[in-house]
Design a binder for this molecule. Structure first.
Ligand code: CO
Length: 504
């Protein structure tokens, strides 16, 4: 068979896998938005069935035959080409997935689907004991999976690679260590600063219906395309792609706080823009049509949420609109005071609502706990108390309830262990990419002031989105910025910004 034909066959197979994947995403989206509670058991079975089907397709020995053939062909001659990248990344996934027995894949899907429902209830009731048996099951399953993949150093490496291909705990740790040191210094300066923003401005009454209208207007200005997406409400906000032309986002509204849904919507819309910007139709189901890594994904959401959404230029344009919409709460407020309030730095319990400066401490905490859960140094039964004691050490505040502690995030119930470091990687990439965008695009902030966001969006599309998974994250980062990943751009950006707000 010619390599061209074999490549076509591989593409057909991966399109089918992507169709199954999109079906699973749709079932998952429905589960978290509109499914009645009573649907939980059958939904778990449906998702497990599809996961098993996907696993069978991915691990079909025919995929291995096609890969071996293509690896000998001219198709991969130029290692940088899209085709070679597709073969390289599929080989990587195939190599991992054939090590997993199908029943383990189905069991993981079933347990994590049920556990997510249990987590919602446990969080509502602030009841760690009710969640503990599920955490035990999930840690045991993830360890089984890590062992099946095989690992060096520690089991966490095997799981991290699922979300950030090629990344290792050692590399991540090296970058995080510098960040941790500089963050401590920055937070110290903020704590001792002469000026303090008045955060009460964003904690007034903000009608949920109006928040929704304003959030949709902002997402629309970013370029999130509502003809190819939609915005719904969930406990834990997310972005999911059902297939080319259908990328959905969710948010949660707090009638007493403007920040949560607004920046949450911008965050998820940033993810959405990445998904909408990949050439997913041309490379349907192929790595080149999908995200490079979750770290790169998160860099897109965080850039729109923070570098754009929490910039003064952005609000020079949007604040008069916000004042008209939320007249009672913002009518008498000055732009500078509002800008201070949305950027207020204050240690708080909930990661997704954290300010930019303390956010990464939340990730460092989870990263340490997860590694310890997998090595066995930390028992799931002790996860809540260990969380609380470390949290007090890092943030200087006592956790008041488990819903504000280890039950706040969906990840552990969803089996997403190994995922958290990608959030901090995303913050680091976002700052490094944005520093480059400012160099490449003249007067970027002036454009924001005029409500022009398409130059940035097109820059991101050109430099990052359209490549999909063609390049590994570290390679892409270097291509875009000319430098390896560093914590410096993030620290420089935050020091300048908070220095102005806090007067140090
Ligand atoms: Co995100």
């Amino acid at each position: 068979m010619s390599s061209k034909k074999s490549y076509e066959e591989l593409k057909e197979r991966f399109k089918k896998i992507a169709l199954l994947g999109g079906t699973s995403s749709l079932l998952g989206w429905d589960e978290r938005t509109y499914m009645p509670r009573g649907g939980a058991n059958v939904r778990a079975e449906q998702l497990a069935l599809v996961a098993g089907m996907i696993h069978e397709e991915v691990t079909d020995p025919r995929v291995g035959e096609l890969l071996s053939e293509l690896e000998q062909s001219d198709l991969v001659k130029d290692a940088d080409s899209i085709d070679a990248a597709n073969v390289r990344e599929i080989r990587h996934w195939y190599g991992k997935k054939i090590k997993l027995p199908k029943d383990l894949v189905e069991e993981e899907k079933k347990v994590t689907t049920l556990a997510q429902g249990e987590w919602v209830t446990a969080r509502k009731n602030n009841d760690f004991k009710a969640f503990q048996p599920w955490l035990e099951k999930i840690v045991a399953l993830k360890l089984k999976i890590a062992d099946a993949y095989g690992w060096e150093g520690e089991p966490y490496n095997a799981l991290l690679d699922d979300y950030e291909p090629g990344a290792t705990v050692k590399d991540v740790e090296a970058t995080f260590a510098g960040l941790r040191d500089d963050l401590v210094v920055l937070l110290g300066k903020i704590k001792g600063a002469p000026k303090k923003p008045d955060v009460s401005i964003v904690e007034r009454d903000y009608d949920v219906k109006l928040q929704r209208i304003f959030g949709e207007a902002v997402a629309g200005a970013m370029g999130y395309d509502f003809a190819n997406g939609r915005l719904d409400i969930t406990t834990h906000p997310f972005c999911t792609t059902i297939g080319p032309g259908d990328t959905r986002i969710t948010t949660r509204y707090n009638p007493k706080r403007l920040n949560d849904a607004l920046f949450g919507t911008m965050h998820e819309a940033g993810h959405g823009l990445y998904e909408m910007g990949t050439e997913s139709e041309k490379n349907f189901g192929m790595p080149a049509g999908e995200a490079a890594s979750l770290g790169i994904h998160e860099s897109q959401s965080r850039m729109w949420e923070n570098q754009v959404g929490r910039s003064k230029s952005f609000w020079k344009y949007f604040f008069p609109q916000a004042q008209r919409i939320f007249r009672d709460s913002l009518g008498d407020v000055k732009l500078d005071d509002f800008y201070g309030a949305i950027n207020n730095v204050q240690p708080s319990y909930i990661r997704v609502e954290a300010d930019e400066a303390t956010y990464n401490l939340h990730i460092l905490l989870r990263f340490e706990l997860e590694r310890a859960l997998l090595t066995g140094d930390l028992k799931p039964a002790d996860a809540a108390s260990e969380w609380n004691s470390r949290f007090e050490k890092y943030f200087g505040i006592k956790v008041d309830c488990h819903a504000n502690g280890c039950l706040q995030d969906v990840h552990w119930s969803a089996g997403l262990i190994g995922y958290f470091p990608t959030y901090t990687l995303g913050n680091l990439y976002s700052a490094q990419f944005f520093a480059q965008a400012k160099k490449d695009i003249p007067n970027l902030y002036d454009q924001f002031e005029n409500g022009q966001f398409s130059p940035l969006r097109e820059w991101l599309r050109e430099k990052i989105h359209r490549h999909g998974g063609r390049y590994r994250a570290t390679v892409l980062g270097k291509k875009v910025t000319g430098e390896s990943l560093s914590h410096k751009p993030l620290i420089d950006y935050m020091t300048a910004k908070f220095g102005e707000i806090y007067g140090f």
